[in-house]
Ligand binder design. Structure first.
Ligand SMILES: C[S@@+](CC[C@H](N)C(=O)[O-])C[C@H]1O[C@@H](n2cnc3c(N)ncnc32)[C@H](O)[C@@H]1O
Length: 275
């Protein structure tokens, strides 16, 4: 077993839109995350002087801060180790995989994108994907808010042919692209960096959306989203599930199952008009 390459994360906050020049992006650079008016550069080594030096030559951006955290804290206290969820065997890239009989191996390097498999919302989706694909085929999938690409890879492992995976975070898209390559599935996943609202009408047999409530609520208001046969919706916490179930009564979707873990909920629904 090799060591996890991420021990500490060094995060540099920069005012303004900043892209690290390709010539400066060595192996210890994980990616850049944009949030509002700021850019956050993630490294596995201390790079304060380096980042300040690059910024020194620019007018439009300003160095704000350095934050250093343990990678395990980024992952909510979990070390990245192999994990079994339903019939999926999730194995970090640097570990020797030992899938059991009938298990579907998914190689993952989550970096700092969401979707290592530890979060209950991801686990619930994986469980529902497992249950669904046990019953039928769902060749075309739309994965809204793909993060590391984990749910797309799970559907492909279970027999999906093609996935359109969307995320507005460029760091997530590059992470998902790398994970698709690690699993030899790059040709089956079309990855786009964009807002999910622009891709709701994409035809698919199954739509996945593990996102937070405010965006799910907006998604469910869009008529064009209801051209899929099956839906897995996750990312709902506490009383948000009741609000979502109430809103869904105004849609063509019928709730088939609600699953939960530690106050997080996920919904399996089918389209009455198409199933
Ligand atoms: C909770 S994570 C889910 C990641 C992965 N699908 C999983 O199940 O573990 C939600 C993802 O949605 C993305 N996201 C949030 N709002 C979005 C939007 N409006 N358009 C596109 N992506 C969005 C985030 O960047 C994040 O990667």
């Amino acid at each position: 077993m090799a060591d996890c390459p991420y021990q500490k994360l060094f995060i540099y906050e920069i005012q303004g839109e900043f892209t690290l020049p390709a010539t400066e992006a060595a192996g210890d650079f994980l990616g850049c995350w944009r949030e509002g008016d700021c850019s956050y550069l993630f490294f596995t080594q201390k790079k304060e002087d380096h980042v300040k030096k690059i910024l020194g030559e620019r007018q439009a951006q300003r160095y704000l801060s350095e934050t250093v955290i343990n990678y395990e804290d980024w992952e909510a206290g979990h070390p990245l180790v192999p994990m079994r969820i339903a019939d999926f065997y999730l194995c970090p890239l640097w570990e020797q995989p030992q899938p059991g009989p009938g298990e579907h191996l998914i190689r993952l390097d989550p970096g700092v994108a969401f979707g290592s498999g530890f979060h209950p919302t991801t686990k619930l989706c994986l469980q529902l994907i497992h249950d669904l694909y046990d019953q039928a085929d769902f060749p075309q999938v739309l994965d809204l808010g793909t993060g590391t690409g984990i749910l797309s890879l799970a559907c492909l492992a279970r027999g999906a042919h093609q996935v359109l995976a969307v995320d507005h975070n460029n760091l997530a898209v590059t992470t998902a692209a790398a994970n698709a390559r690690h699993n030899g599935l790059a040709h089956c996943i079309s990855l786009v960096c964009g807002d999910v609202l622009d891709y709701l009408a994409t035809p698919a047999d199954l739509a996945l959306a593990n996102m937070y409530y405010a965006i799910l609520r907006e998604v469910m208001e869009q008529e064009r989203f209801f051209n899929k046969a099956w839906y897995i919706l996750s990312g709902l916490v506490g009383t948000e599930i009741d609000k979502m179930l109430t809103q869904m009564r105004q849609t063509p979707l019928e709730v088939v199952q609600v699953v939960d873990e530690n106050l997080w909920f996920a919904i399996l629904a089918r389209n009455r008009a198409l199933t």
